[in-house]
Design a protein around this ligand. Structure first.
Ligand code: UD1
Ligand code: CA
Length: 474
C-alpha cells in the first residue's frame, strides 16, 4: 500500500546531540539518519516525499542521494513538530489522500512496518492513526493516553506528564497517518508554554475532540522506533543497524571471522562465499564479488571487487575496480580511477593511481604507478616508479602487453614502452622504447682490480704510525 505523500520532519536543532552537525546528518553505518529514512520511504514509493529542513537546509540537501526525487520545505525557526508539518503543507496542496508523517531521527523504522500501519489505518477508516510501541523504558517518548474503553484521547509528552502518566508504556513512535480533514486542524495547535513549541502530538486531542476517528496501532518491534536524540542513542542505533546488516549478509552466505570488528556500509553488496577477516571496513557504495577473501585491516570505499579476488592485509582501495581473481596487497594503496585487471597481482607497498593494469600483470613490490596504461602479462620489477608529474602537469606512461620492466626503473612520462620490450634494471627511461627492444640507461660498470685490498693495507699502516708516535712522546 502506497501513501500519496510522506513528510519527513528534519528541521529540529538536535540540541541534545551537543554537536554542530545537524542531527539528521549524523551517520549510521555510512549513511545519514535522514538518508536511511529516505531509503525506507523510496521503497514504499509514495507520489511525493517532502523533507522539512531548518537552518542547515543547504547541507542537508547536498547530503542526500537522489535529492531530485524529494521536495524540501523550510522551517526557519525550530518551534516544534506541529509547526514543522504545517510548513510542508504548501508542497502537498492538491493531494487529497492520506499523508504519512515520520520523524527524521528514527532511522531504523522498516518499510514493512509502515506499509502494515498504513493498511490498518485504511482498513479502520481512521482520520488519524499513530504508530505506537511498548517501550521497555518509555524515557522521553510521548505517552499514548487512552480512556477506559481503550480509545486514544491524546499524546502526553514526557515533560508534561504526571508521575502516573509517565508509567504508561505505550508510546508514540513519531509515525502518523493523517487524512486531509485532520491536516486542516494543524493551525489549531496552541503553543506549549512549558517548551515554547507547537507539538504535532496535540493534533491527537484536537481531532478526537472534533469527533474524528483516532487510533494508535502497536505493531513492529521496539528497536525499529528508536528515536535518536543523543550521541548515546546514535551509538545504540548504529549497533542495531550493524546487527541488521551483518544478519542480512550472513543469510546470503558471507563468512565473517569476527563480525564484531567489521564495519559494513549499509549500501555495500557482498557476494556469496566471500570471507571477511577482522577489522575490515567496507564503506560507501562498494560491491564485493563472490568468493573473495578480504584479509585484516583492509579499507575499501566506493569500489567494485570482482569474484574470487583476494585483498591482503592492510590495503586501502578507493573509487577503484579490481577485476576477478586479482590479488592486491599486503600494504597496497589503490587510488581513485584505477582498474586492476583479471588475475593481476599488486603486491607489497605498491601504490596505483588512476591507472589501468591489464590481465595477469604483476607489480609485486615497492612501486608507484600513476596515470599509466599497462597491458597484459607485464612484469613490473620491484621499485619501479612512473614519474608522472613534471611540477605542473601529469603525464601518461603507456606500457604494452608482455613488457618486462627491470627493478628500480624510472619511467619519465610522457613515455611509452612498446609490446614485448625489456627495460634493464636500474634504467631511467626518458624516450619511447620500441616494441621488442631492450632499453638500458645506466652507466657502464668499471672494476678496479685490487683497489679494496690496497685501501685496507693503507689504513692499517696509518694506524700503526699513529700508535708509534704516541709511545715515543711518553
Ligand atoms: C517526538 C514526539 C514524541 C515521540 C517521539 C518519537 C512531539 C512533540 N513529540 O518527540 O511524542 O514519542 O518524537 O521519537 O512531536 N523537528 C522539526 N522541527 C521542530 C522540532 C522538531 O522538524 O521544530 C523534527 C526533528 O528534526 C526530529 C523530529 O521532528 O526529526 C522529532 O523532533 P524531536 O525534538 O526529536 O521530538 P521528540 O522530543 O523526540
Ligand atoms: Ca526525537
Amino acid at each position: 500500500m502506497k501513501p500519496a505523500g510522506v513528510v519527513v520532519l528534519a528541521a529540529g536543532l538536535g540540541k541534545r546531540m551537543n554537536s554542530s552537525l545537524p542531527k539528521v546528518l549524523h551517520a549510521i553505518q555510512g549513511s545519514s539518519m535522514l538518508q536511511h529514512v529516505l531509503n525506507t520511504l523510496h521503497e514504499i514509493g509514495p507520489q511525493k516525499i517532502v523533507v522539512v529542513v531548518g537552518k542547515n537546509a543547504g547541507d542537508i540537501r547536498r547530503s542526500i542521494k537522489n535529492a531530485g526525487a524529494v521536495s524540501f520545505a523550510v522551517q526557519k525557526d525550530a518551534i516544534g513538530t506541529g509547526d514543522a508539518l504545517s510548513k510542508a503543507l504548501p508542497s502537498l496542496r492538491g493531494l487529497k489522500e492520506t499523508i504519512v508523517v515520520v520523524n527524521g531521527d528514527t532511522p531504523l523504522v522498516s518499510p514493512e512496518t509502515i506499509r502494515k500501519f498504513l493498511m490498518l489505518h485504511k482498513k479502520k477508516r481512521n482520520d488519524l492513526s499513530l504508530l505506537s510501541f511498548a517501550a521497555g523504558d518509555p524515557g522521553s517518548y510521548g505517552r499514548i493516553f487512552r480512556n477506559e474503553k481503550g480509545e486514544v484521547l491524546s499524546v502526553i509528552e514526557d515533560r508534561d506528564a504526571t508521575t502516573a502518566q509517565k508509567s504508561i508504556t505505550e508510546v508514540n513512535s513519531g509515525v502518523y497517518a493523517i487524512e486531509p480533514g485532520v491536516l486542516r486542524m494543524l493551525k489549531e495547535i496552541k503553543l506549549n508554554a512549558l517548551k515554547g513549541e507547537f507539538y504535532l502530538t496535540d493534533i491527537v486531542h484536537i481531532a478526537k475532540d472534533r469527533g474524528m476517528k483516532v487510533d494508535a496501532f502497536m505493531i513492529g518491534s521496539e528497536e525499529e522506533f528508536l528515536g535518536v536524540n543523543t550521541l548515546r542513542e546514535l551509538e545504540k542505533a548504529r549497533e542495531l543497524m550493524k546487527k541488521r546488516v551483518i544478519e542480512k549478509w550472513l543469510g546470503k552466505g558471507v563468512y565473517f571471522i569476527d563480525e564484531h570488528s567489521v564495519f559494513l556500509s549499509s549500501d555495500a553488496e557482498i557476494g556469496r562465499g566471500t570471507t571477511i577477516y577482522p577489522n575490515v571496513h567496507i564503506e560507501g557504495d562498494t560491491r564485493l564479488g563472490k568468493g573473495c577473501t578480504i584479509y585484516p585491516n583492509v579499507r575499501i570505499r566506493d569500489s567494485v571487487i570482482g569474484d574470487g579476488a583476494v585483498i591482503r592485509d592492510s590495503t586501502v582501495i578507493e573509487n577503484a575496480v579490481v577485476k576477478n581473481r586479482a590479488s592486491v596487497g599486503p600494504f597496497a594503496h589503490i587510488r581513485p580511477g584505477s582498474e586492476i585487471g583479471p588475475g593481476a597481482k599488486i603486491g607489497n607497498f605498491v601504490e596505483i593511481k588512476k591507472s589501468v593494469i591489464g590481465s595477469r600483470t604483476k607489480a609485486s613490490h615497492l612501486s608507484y604507478i600513476g596515470d599509466a596504461k599497462i597491458g597484459r602479462d607485464v612484469n613490473i620489477g620491484a621499485g619501479t616508479i612512473t614519474c608522472n608529474y613534471d611540477g605542473c602537469k601529469k603525464h601518461v606512461t603507456a606500457i604494452g602487453d608482455g613488457v618486462f620492466i627491470g627493478s628500480d626503473s624510472q619511467l619519465i612520462a610522457p613515455v611509452s614502452v612498446g609490446k614485448g620490450a625489456y627495460v634493464g634494471a636500474g634504467s631511467t627511461i626518458t624516450r619511447d622504447v620500441p616494441a621488442k627492444a631492450l632499453a638500458l640507461s645506466r652507466t657502464e660498470q668499471k672494476n678496479v682490480e685490487g683497489w679494496a685490498l690496497n685501501r685496507r693495507l693503507k689504513v692499517k699502516s696509518e694506524k700503526l704510525r699513529v700508535k708509534g708516535a704516541k709511545k715515543h712522546k711518553h
